[in-house]
Design a protein around this ligand. Structure first.
Ligand code: BGC
Length: 748
C-alpha cells in the first residue's frame, strides 16, 4: 500500500498485488503513523445514520453536525445505514472528502436473517442443530453484505435464566455449554473462512458481559452475581466466540457487581484482551458510555469517555464522548496515546481484514443486491431451519400429526392469520407483514381449514420502539371463535405473544398468555377438548392450565418468513418435530430464576416436614425441563457404558433406538455432576449432545469422548481446574431423565 497526494487529499492506494502476502500489522501501523489525533478519535466514533444521504441533508441540529463530522474524518463507522445506494454514497463522501480517505465500516443488527427472516435465535437454539444455526447466520450475512453492510451486532451470546427478560429471544437460552456451541456456529456462519469475501461480515459477540442476569428479568437492570457464575455461566459463550475468531465484541448497559460493563477493565482488558488474546475491537452498546453517568459511576460525559476508553471500550456508539472529549483527555494526560493507538489499531485491523481499505466499495454491488436479497434458496433454508426449531411439548393420544384427510379443522386465534408477528423482534431489513401465516400454510395443505380470529391481541400501533397495547377488554370475535370450535372435529388454537412482546425493553412481569387468550382457550376447551395448541412466543411461557388439559402442544416460537409453512408441515406430519427446549419453562413467575443447572442446597428434598428448600405453594420443578421435546416417534435409551481412559479422559456411550413407526431425529444429551469439588458444582451440567436421525426400528450407539474441557470448571479466581473424584453421568433425551452412571476420575 502506498499513500500519495491527489488533488489535495491523501488517498490510500492499495492495489492487490497478486500472490504477495501483505503483513497486516505493518499495514495497520503504516496507516496509523499518518493519522492525527483527531483522525484517530474519528475511527473510534460510530454514529447512527438517521438521515437519507440520497436526499437533502437536514439543516441544523445533530444531523448537520454528523454530516460535517463525516466529511472531516471524525467518524469511523455508521450503524443502521443499509442499501447499496445509501452505503455507496456515504462511503464515497468519506473516501473522497476526508484527508486519508479511510472507509467507514457499516454495522447493523443482523440477528436472525435479514430480508429473509429466520427463526428468532432462541428458536434456532432449540434445533440443537449447529449446521442449521450456522446456515442461518450465513444467509443473514449473504443478504446483509449484499445490501452494503459489513458488520453485524451479533451473535448475542448472553446466558439467561429469567424468562421475564425480553431479550431471551435473542440468545441461546440458559445453558453455557449449548450457548458456547451456538455462539461459535453463528460466528462461523457470519464470518465464513475469508472475511474479505464480499459475502462475509464481521461478527460481534455481545453483550459483554452479564447483561442476561438483569435482576428480576428487568431490562438494563443491575447485575450482581458471584465469581463462579461469571466464570462458569456468563463467560464461556464469549470465550467460544473469541476462539471461533469473532472480530468484535460489544459491551453492555448493565453494571456487573457495581462496575458498568462499558467501564469495566477487568472484563475488557484483563479477560478479553489479556487472557483471551483478542485482537479485534470492542464497541460500546448504544450510549452505554453516557449511561455510566446515570449509573453513578462517571461525573459527566468527559469522565465517562475517560473511564470507557481506559477500560478497553474502543469504539463509542452514539454517546458522543470520544468525539467531544477524547482529545482534551489525551492532552491532559488522562488517556495515553498508547491507549488510543491500541484502539485504532484494532479498528483498522478489522477494516483491513474486511477488505474495506483495499476496496471501500467491496460490499456495494447492485447486482448482488438484486439477485441475493430475499432469494428463493434463502427462503428454502429459512423453512428448513424453522422446521427444526419447533418443539413438541405434548401429544396425548397421538392427536398429532393431523391426517391430511382430517375433516373440519377449526383454526382459531389472531396470531394464526398474523403475517407480521411471526417475524419476531430484531428483524431489521425485513419487510413488514411478509411472513407466511399459519392460515396460509395450513390452507396450502388442506381445504378443510376454517378460520376464526377471536379477539385481537394488540390494539393500536405496533412499533419496535413503542410500548405495545395489549387488548384486555374488546371481546369482538370471541363468539365466532367458540361457534367454530363447536362445529370442528379438531381445533388448532394459535396463541402466545406478539413478535414485539419480546426483545429489547420488553420485559414482562406475567408469563401467562397475554390479553384475552387464556379466556379464549378456556371458552374453546369448554366446547371442544380436541385442541392442538400452537404457541408463538419469544420466551418461555407459564401455561400450567393448558399443559394439564390441552392434549397437544407445539412450541413454534417466532419462526420468521416461512413460519406458517413450517408449522403447517409439522401439524400435518410432513415434518417430524425434533427441537428441544433451550430454556426451562416455569409453572409460575414465582419460580424464576429457574434453570436446570442450579447448585444443590444444604437442604434438598422432598422431606415430610417444611425444613427443606422449596415453596409451600408450588413445586420446584419446571413445567417443561431444559432439553425437553417430544417426537411423533419414540426413542428408547439402553446400555450405558462409562469408561475412564485416563486422568482427563472418559468415554461414555449409550444405545438409542427408534421404537416408533416414523423416522425421526433425537438430541442425545449428556450431563455430568462433579460430586465433590473445591468450589461446589451444579446438580448437573450439559457436557455433550448429538442430534441423530433414526428410521423406525433402527438403533445407534452414541459415544461421547470427554476431555478436560468437559470435566473441569473455573475456580473463583478464574483458573480452569480439573479435579479428581466421583462424577455422576446422565444420558437421555432431556435434562430430567435418562440412563444414570458414575465414574471416578483419577489423579493426574
Ligand atoms: C442494543 C444492541 C444493538 C444496538 C444497535 C442497542 O440498544 O442493546 O444489542 O446492537 O442497540 O442497534
Amino acid at each position: 500500500m502506498c499513500p500519495f497526494l491527489l488533488a489535495g487529499f491523501l488517498v490510500w492506494f492499495s492495489a492487490p498485488l497478486a500472490g504477495q502476502k501483505k503483513d497486516l500489522d505493518a499495514r495497520v501501523d503504516s496507516l496509523l503513523r499518518l493519522m492525527t489525533l483527531e483522525e484517530k478519535i474519528g475511527q473510534m466514533t460510530q454514529y447512527n445514520g438517521f438521515w437519507e444521504v440520497t436526499g437533502p441533508v437536514p439543516a441544523g441540529g445533530d444531523a448537520k453536525k454528523k454530516y460535517d463530522h463525516l466529511k472531516s474524518g471524525q467518524v469511523g463507522s455508521m450503524l443502521n445505514v443499509t442499501g447499496v445506494e445509501n452505503v455507496r454514497k456515504m462511503q464515497e463522501m468519506v473516501v473522497k472528502e476526508t484527508r486519508l480517505g479511510i472507509p467507514l465500516i457499516f454495522g447493523l443488527d443482523v440477528i436472525h436473517g435479514h430480508r429473509t427472516v429466520f427463526p428468532i435465535p432462541l428458536a434456532e437454539a432449540a434445533s440443537w442443530d449447529l449446521g442449521a444455526v450456522e446456515k442461518s447466520a450465513r444467509v443473514g450475512a449473504t443478504e446483509a453484505s449484499a445490501r452494503g453492510v459489513n458488520w453485524t451486532f451479533g451473535p448475542m451470546v448472553d446466558i439467561t435464566r429469567d424468562a421475564r427478560w425480553g431479550r431471551v429471544m435473542e440468545g441461546a437460552g440458559e445453558d453455557p455449554y449449548l450457548g458456547a456451541k451456538v455462539a461459535a456456529a453463528r460466528v462461523k456462519g457470519f464470518q465464513g473462512s475469508d472475511l474479505s469475501a464480499p459475502n462475509t461480515i464481521a461478527a460481534c459477540a455481545k453483550h459483554f458481559a452479564g447483561y442476561g442476569f438483569a435482576e428480576a428479568g428487568k431490562d438494563y437492570n443491575t447485575v450482581d452475581v458471584g465469581t463462579s457464575t461469571i466464570f462458569n455461566a456468563i463467560l464461556p459463550p464469549f470465550k467460544a466466540a473469541a476462539e471461533a475468531g469473532v472480530r468484535t465484541f460489544m459491551n453492555s448497559f448493565n453494571v456487573l457487581n457495581g462496575i458498568p460493563a462499558t467501564g469495566n477493565a477487568f472484563l475488557q482488558r484483563e479477560v478479553l484482551k489479556g487472557k483471551w488474546g483478542f485482537t479485534g475491537f470492542v464497541v460500546s452498546d448504544w450510549g452505554s458510555a453516557w449511561e455510566m453517568i446515570d449509573h453513578g459511576f462517571a461525573r459527566d460525559l468527559k469522565h465517562a469517555a475517560e473511564l470507557a476508553v481506559n477500560a478497553g471500550s474502543d469504539m463509542d456508539m452514539e454517546s458522543y464522548g470520544y468525539v467531544n472529549h477524547l482529545k482534551s483527555l489525551v492532552e491532559e494526560g488522562k488517556v495515553t496515546m498508547g491507549v488510543v493507538d491500541d484502539a485504532v489499531r484494532r479498528i483498522l485491523r478489522v477494516k483491513f481484514e474486511l477488505g474495506l481499505i483495499d476496496d471501500p466499495y467491496r460490499y456495494c454491488d447492485e447486482n448482488r443486491e438484486k439477485t441475493l436479497v430475499g432469494a428463493a434458496e434463502h427462503h428454502a433454508a429459512a423453512l428448513e431451519v424453522a422446521k427444526k426449531s419447533i418443539v413438541l411439548l405434548k401429544n396425548e393420544g397421538g392427536l398429532l400429526p393431523l391426517s391430511k384427510n382430517q375433516k373440519k379443522i377449526g383454526l382459531i386465534g389472531v396470531l394464526a392469520s398474523e403475517k407480521n408477528s411471526p417475524l419476531g423482534s430484531w428483524r431489521f431489513g425485513s419487510i413488514d407483514s411478509s411472513a407466511v401465516s399459519v392460515l396460509e400454510g395450513m390452507q396450502a395443505i388442506s381445504r378443510e381449514v376454517r378460520f376464526a380470529q377471536g379477539p385481537s391481541l394488540v390494539s393500536g400501533v405496533v412499533d419496535f420502539g413503542q410500548e405495545l397495547k395489549i387488548n384486555n377488554t374488546d371481546r369482538t370475535g370471541m363468539k365466532e371463535a367458540i361457534a367454530l370450535a363447536k362445529k370442528s372435529d379438531v381445533v388448532v388454537l394459535v396463541l402466545g405473544e406478539h413478535g414485539l412482546q419480546s426483545g429489547e425493553g420488553r420485559s414482562r412481569a406475567y408469563l401467562g398468555l397475554p390479553g384475552l387468550q387464556q379466556e379464549l382457550l378456556e371458552a374453546v376447551y369448554a366446547v371442544n377438548k380436541n385442541i392442538v395448541l400452537v404457541l408463538m412466543n419469544g420466551r418461555p411461557l407459564a401455561i400450567p392450565w393448558a399443559a394439564s388439559r390441552v392434549p397437544a402442544i407445539l412450541e413454534a416460537w417466532h419462526l420468521g418468513s416461512e413460519s406458517g409453512n413450517a408449522i403447517a408441515q409439522t401439524l400435518f406430519g410432513d415434518n417430524n418435530p425434533s427441537g428441544k427446549l433451550p430454556m426451562s419453562f416455569p409453572k409460575t413467575v414465582g419460580q424464576l430464576p429457574l434453570y436446570y443447572n442450579h447448585y444443590a442446597t444444604g437442604r434438598p428434598g422432598p422431606k415430610p416436614d417444611v425444613f427443606w428448600s422449596h415453596y409451600t405453594d408450588e413445586s420446584n420443578d419446571p413445567l417443561y425441563p431444559f432439553g425437553f421435546g417430544l417426537s411423533y416417534t419414540a426413542f428408547a435409551y439402553s446400555d450405558l457404558q462409562v469408561q475412564v481412559l485416563g486422568p482427563g479422559r472418559v468415554s461414555v456411550q449409550a444405545s438409542v433406538k427408534n421404537t416408533g413407526n416414523l423416522a425421526g431425529e433425537e438430541v442425545v444429551q449428556l450431563y455430568l455432576r462433579d460430586k465433590v469439588a473445591s468450589v461446589a458444582r451444579p446438580v448437573k451440567e450439559l457436557k455433550g449432545f448429538r442430534k441423530i436421525s433414526l428410521k423406525p426400528g433402527e438403533a445407534a450407539t452414541v459415544r461421547f469422548d470427554l476431555s478436560e474441557e468437559e470435566l473441569g470448571f473455573y475456580s473463583n479466581t478464574g483458573e480452569f481446574v480439573v479435579e479428581p473424584g466421583e462424577f455422576e453421568v446422565l444420558v437421555g433425551g432431556n435434562s430430567n431423565e435418562g440412563l444414570k452412571g458414575r465414574f471416578e476420575l483419577p489423579k493426574k
